[in-house]
Design a binder for this molecule. Structure first.
Ligand SMILES: Cc1cc2nc3c(=O)[nH]c(=O)nc-3n(C[C@H](O)[C@H](O)[C@H](O)COP(=O)(O)OP(=O)(O)OC[C@H]3O[C@@H](n4cnc5c(N)ncnc54)[C@H](O)[C@@H]3O)c2cc1C
Length: 471
């Protein structure tokens, strides 16, 4: 990478235009550190282009001058993917000013948006047209569509609608040489060679900058039921999910798990209380939705519960009777990433295994971690309807973080090796970024790594696009 000198900075300012950049230390700061303060980078300038053409000119200039480019969305990523390195030789391109809704086609059930649109704004605009854009996650008030697509975000509705990748029909991308890939088609069928857009979805900004996307929309739910269920054991969770599937068909939108420790720390740090009279150890937050008014979801849920009680897979349940009670139940699940940090933090893992293996995975991982360091308590929650477990090995409050990390340095190996036993993934939904680079090298086969490097080299010959991320 070339050092970024005064002339380069001045040229970039001219390309992006007055008022469309920040270059003072104070203004740059929010763009060079991540949401939890784990990563800090350095850049001399953050550019905020307002059109695809300008993004293209910037990237072309950077490619010709060998300057690293870091695309950034809402900067809510958890693996350092949108943060520049400390070399100072990379510029940040923030997509925040490219935030227009270009088109909404209610007959085709599609929406074309610029990639800097905030996820919750996209949801709101779809809602105003009586349509649903189903991607939903804790950071939806600040993450951007471009970031969601680049990380192939998951979230709470994957069971019914799939990951971000599955919600895209077309893409516009500025490639590392500045050329524009125009795949902004609204087609549901298009078998004309390689599906090029898939390359950019989940590639964390290493192959190009997504500037626009055609998103799939769905009918609005007309019937919905939300319930918090107390389970007698972890093993009951996949069994309950399977019987919900049998009885409700594809009406399950969310199936989220929380353990007892989650409820305990919510009670310490928030105004949320355990809604059950008794102290249970395992909980599932379930949401059923249907676009049919007469779907009778409440009856289906009750039927499932009575069968599950007979089979000893449910011990207690609360069914929300109002929207506000439903959002309070959801708040319990959504507050967890913040609350465990208030409790002192710890080592956090984002694992996936086949849904049927979740209980055995959690049991073994807990046992191995405890064998290695008995003092750490464990918090498990996550989108387990997708086999996705957020496993947190908590730091005891009387030990400082450096000591804790020293004593627990083998825990990551234990976790990832245990996941690998189940053919699982070391990063279910947060991506690789810089955090998981060593794991990628260790757990992917040589062939997979070779393929990834070949793709990267052939598209980004000078390695300017988000250098040092993923590979
Ligand atoms: C409280 C909280 C809850 C979360 N819950 C979930 C969850 O349930 N599921 C989940 O999957 N994630 C979750 N996340 C992680 C994060 O919100 C997602 O990864 C999100 O998709 C990142 O979007 P962003 O706009 O913030 O991207 P950023 O953080 O800005 O960037 C992420 C990556 O995408 C690249 N990128 C960004 N925009 C573009 C673009 N236009 N073109 C090319 N590359 C780009 C960046 O270079 C970087 O590599 C959560 C995060 C928080 C803080």
């Amino acid at each position: 990478m070339q050092k970024i000198n005064f002339d380069i900075i001045e040229s970039l300012k001219v390309i992006v235009g007055h008022n469309n950049y920040v270059d003072s230390k104070d203004q740059i700061e929010p763009y060079v550190k991540d949401i939890w303060g784990k990563y800090n980078g350095i850049t001399p300038i953050v550019l905020k282009p307002t059109s695809t053409k300008t993004v293209s000119k910037i990237v072309k200039f950077c490619n010709e001058n060998n300057i690293g480019v870091v695309p950034q969305g809402g900067n809510t990523g958890l693996v350092g993917g949108g943060i520049p390195s400390i070399s100072g030789n990379e510029i940040v391109i923030s997509m925040e000013k490219m935030n227009s809704i270009c088109d909404i086609d209610c007959v085709n059930y599609t929406m074309t948006v610029e990639s800097g649109c905030i996820l919750s704004d996209v949801q709101d605009v779809a809602l105003k047209s009586k349509r649903l854009f189903p991607l939903s996650l804790g950071a939806e008030g600040s993450c951007q569509i471009g970031g969601n697509l680049s990380t192939n975000a998951g979230g709470t509705a994957v069971l019914k609608y799939g990951n971000a990748k599955e919600l895209v029909l077309g893409l516009e991308v500025v490639m590392p040489d500045g050329e524009i890939y125009d795949g902004l088609r609204r087609l549901r069928k298009d078998n004309t060679g390689y599906d090029l857009k898939q390359l950019f979805l989940g590639s964390e900004g290493t192959l190009g900058i997504i500037t626009k996307a055609v998103l799939k929309l769905f009918p609005l739910p007309a019937d919905k039921v939300t319930s918090l269920v107390a389970l007698p054991s972890l093993e009951s969770a996949p069994k309950l999910l399977a019987s919900l599937r049998e009885i409700t068909g594809d009406d399950i939108t969310a199936f989220e798990y929380m353990d007892r420790s989650c409820i305990d720390i919510l009670e310490i740090h928030t105004d949320l209380q355990d809604p059950f009279g008794e102290k249970y150890n395992h909980f599932a937050l379930i949401e059923l939705t249907s676009s049919r008014k007469d779907a009778g979801l409440q009856e289906l849920l009750e039927k499932t519960f009575s069968r599950a009680v007979e089979n000893e897979n449910v011990v207690d349940a609360i069914v929300a009777v109002s929207e506000s009670q439903a959002s309070r139940l959801w708040k319990m699940r959504e507050m967890l990433p913040e609350v465990y940090r208030l409790q002192g933090g710890g080592l956090s893992f984002d694992i996936s295994v086949p849904v049927s293996s979740v209980p055995e995975f959690i049991r073994l991982a807990t046992m191995y971690c405890k064998d290695s360091y008995a003092k750490g308590t464990i918090l498990t929650f996550g989108h387990i309807g997708d086999g996705n477990v957020h496993f947190i090995f908590m730091k005891p409050s009387n030990i400082d973080m450096d000591d804790f990390l020293l004593h627990t340095k083998d825990i990551s190996v234990i976790m990832y090796d245990t996941a690998a036993k189940f053919d699982g993934s070391f990063s279910a939904e947060h991506g690789v970024g810089v955090t998981k680079k060593p794991e990628l090298q260790h757990y992917k086969s040589n062939n997979e790594l070779k393929l990834m490097r070949t793709i990267k080299k052939s598209i980004d010959i000078n390695n300017i696009m988000n250098p040092g991320k993923i590979l």
